[in-house]
Ligand binder design. Structure first.
Ligand code: PRP
Ligand code: URA
Length: 209
């Protein structure tokens, strides 16, 4: 799993534990996810390119820096939306595209229903956001869409990953680095991550029966 980077900051671990807890209600789930996304964004953006500029303080001129990478965030709908706010907070100039995918409950294969991406994808660092990397089918399909539209530098960011998903995504797209906060044990027979945190979209939007 050469491409896998685990973000194991103590505050990220604390927040992930709160998200895993079945008692955490949707309003708290959303707030914690947003906070966690900002923490994750620090790790994910550690290699951004900067350019030296000069800045004038109230006292004198000194050296400063500006980020030169153009960044495009792409959440996979629905659950990826929960990560956008936290990333945008620390990347205010980022543009945002959207990919709509859901997993067919029987076959577990991704079904696409929406695609809207900013221009000049080929010049940007594209950060694909989805809390769950389960079978890896959705992530691999989303990366394929992005590459077809010209993306060349893509990172995938998730909260929880299953070994099966990491393998599938790495095999399909070995050039894509995978960031996650936890590599969980396995998938169950319905394709849910164990121990996981349940259905991320349902928990976030309160749509579980
Ligand atoms: C979840 C999750 C991923 C996908 C992961 O979305 O947000 O997109 O499942 O599973 P995979 O790795 O096996 O493809 P879901 O299909 O439940 O849609 P939703 O976000 O609209 O709830
Ligand atoms: N999608 C989720 O939301 N949770 C899982 O455990 C697997 C796929």
């Amino acid at each position: 799993m050469r491409n896998l980077i685990i973000i194991d900051h103590p505050l990220v671990k604390r927040d992930l534990t709160l998200l895993r807890d079945r008692r955490t209600p949707s309003n708290l789930f959303r707030a914690i996810l947003r906070r966690m996304a900002s923490l994750m964004a620090y790790s994910v953006t550690a290699d951004l390119r900067v350019q030296q500029i000069s800045v004038t303080t109230p006292l004198e001129r000194t050296r400063g820096y500006t980020v030169t990478d153009s960044i495009i965030l792409v959440p996979i709908l629905r659950a990826g939306l929960g990560l956008v706010g936290g990333f945008v907070e620390v990347l205010p100039d980022a543009r945002v595209g959207h990919i709509g995918l859901y997993r067919d409950e029987e076959t577990l294969t991704p079904v696409d229903y929406y695609l809207k991406l900013p221009e000049r994808l080929n010049k940007a660092l594209v950060i694909l956001l989805d809390p769950m990397l389960a079978t890896g089918g959705s992530a691999a399909a989303a990366v394929t869409f992005l590459k077809k539209k010209g993306a060349r530098k893509i990172l995938f960011v998730s909260l929880v990953a299953a070994p099966e998903g990491v393998r599938t995504l790495s095999k399909a797209h070995p050039d894509v680095k995978i960031y996650t906060c936890a590599l969980d044990r396995q998938l169950n027979s319905r394709g849910y991550i164990l121990p996981g945190l349940g259905d991320a979209g349902d928990r976030m939007f309160g749509t579980a029966e």
